[in-house]
Write a protein that binds this ligand. Structure first.
Ligand code: SF4
Length: 119
């Protein structure tokens, strides 16, 4: 059976998640122009968390809804191929630098803008 490029593009379970050394020959979503960091509501109304999304619409849940991933896990998300990948530069260097600044766990931030609107 021939696997199309579309079929090889990620679903939640298709990411080869590993927090190891750089994987040569793989496509790192973090180095793609379509990978965006966005704020998302946390469990509490006055707080938010950072999530990543694929602006090309490649990250989907089984029922077709958009899937977001924790920002702190983005360097672990790489693929064999993606027909919408647009590199922003040298992936190895970028991933190495990003790992130095990426939080080790999910961080919750206060929503200052909501507090300002309530005053
Ligand atoms: S377009 Fe492909 S490589 Fe780029 S962020 Fe989306 S899934 Fe990852």
């Amino acid at each position: 059976m021939v696997q199309t490029v579309e079929a090889a593009v990620p679903d939640t379970a298709e990411f080869q998640e590993q927090d190891e050394e750089y994987q040569s020959g793989k496509i790192y979503c973090a180095n793609c122009i379509h990978c965006k960091v966005v704020p998302a509501k946390s469990d509490k109304d006055d707080q938010y968390v950072l999530r990543t999304r694929c602006a090309a619409g490649k990250w989907k849940k089984k029922l077709g809804e958009e899937k977001l991933y924790k920002y702190c896990t983005i360097t672990r998300r790489y693929l064999d191929s993606c027909n919408a990948y647009e590199a922003m530069g040298d992936a190895r260097e970028f991933i190495r630098e990003l790992k130095k600044t990426l939080p080790g766990k999910d961080v919750v931030y206060p929503c200052f803008w909501e507090q300002e609107n309530q005053e």
